[in-house]
Design a protein around this ligand. Structure first.
Ligand code: GLV
Length: 309
């Protein structure tokens, strides 16, 4: 019985050390080290190569190295019946709440314009407006979105939330479903997207939705690149319907160097850093998941494949 670790972006050493300390009897194999596929009982993965998991006949569980599982579900040969477990909050909620607060304050405090003014040595005072007039809408109200909404509310922003199915969070005006989205968007001066990527949410940030937002509104995307229709964003920015965007996730990552987002004056690009898996924050949760599975029980965070998260 072995745990197989697969990630082309996460260093395996801290994970190997953590498992050696907590579960020394469980052999830890880092892909592509050779080993018997039949021995693999658990796979701890980030963006696994399609087809890899279906070659492991005795796989008991697939654990995502992050909050999202779209990187696993996209595999057309994904073995059926093997539970997929995602990390619910391994430090992501705090990181993403900080990123969101930074993004909202960036737009409210006119940093986009001040940076442009500075490049022309242009001294001009611009008004941030009152915080209570900056309604922020959070799309996605799971563990991460709920935390983001509450942290923004604690800064004094009126916060609205939208999710696919109804959720209640203290102090947050919540909307859900298609009709809820029609009511939510016109009220949101900044939209922060943290939805999971599913067939229902793919392309949700499109021209039709931008047109429902107040003129000059801002978009912060820390969900997935495929939530956004890129050309619609460029058109909405150029037409002044949107005032700016801060984007951390992209359809193609790394964002190609000739992509128009890099040089657009109203877009801030960050390289998928809003919520990253830090081993020291996440390892106790991952180890608890494996220990729970070893006891023959199901840990929290089991993905409902039909919902996609
Ligand atoms: C990061 O994007 C994650 O899903 O954890």
């Amino acid at each position: 019985m072995t745990l197989l670790f697969y990630s082309e972006t996460d260093a395996p050493e801290p994970w190997r050390d953590a498992f050696a300390r907590a579960l020394p009897q469980l052999p830890f194999r880092v892909w592509p080290e050779p080993g018997a596929d039949e021995a693999v009982r658990y796979a701890l993965v980030w963006k696994p190569e399609p087809g890899l998991l279906s070659r492991l006949p005795n796989l008991k569980a697939i654990v995502s190295l992050g909050a999202g599982v779209d990187h696993i579900l996209r595999d057309p040969q994904l073995p059926q019946g093997v539970p997929i477990i995602r990390l619910l909050d391994a430090g992501f909620a705090q990181q993403m709440a900080e990123y969101s607060a930074y993004a909202v304050l960036h737009f409210q405090h006119r940093m986009q314009e001040f940076l442009a003014q500075q490049s022309n040595a242009d001294w001009r005072q611009l008004d941030p407006g009152l915080t209570r007039d900056w309604n922020v809408g959070v799309m996605g109200l799971g563990v991460i979105g709920g935390h983001i909404a509450q942290r923004l509310a604690a800064l004094g922003f009126p916060v609205l939330g939208w999710s696919r199915s109804a959720r209640r969070i203290d102090g947050i005006d919540s909307f859900h479903g298609d009709s809820g989205l029609q009511q939510f968007l016109p009220r949101a001066r900044v939209v922060v997207n943290v939805l999971p990527l599913t067939p229902e949410t793919e392309g949700i940030l499109d021209a039709r939705r931008f047109a429902l937002m107040p003129r000059g509104a801002f978009v912060v995307n820390i969900g997935r690149g495929a939530h956004l229709i890129e050309q619609d964003l460029l058109d909405a920015l150029d037409a002044g319907q949107l005032g700016g965007a801060m984007l951390d996730v992209f359809r193609k990552e790394p964002l190609p160097s000739d992509h128009p987002f890099w040089r657009h004056p109203k877009i801030v690009v960050t390289p998928h850093v809003a919520g990253v898996t830090i081993p020291s924050e996440a390892e106790s949760q991952v180890i608890e998941i494996v220990k729970t599975l070893e006891r023959g029980e199901m840990p929290p965070g089991v993905v409902d494949r039909s919902r996609g998260y």
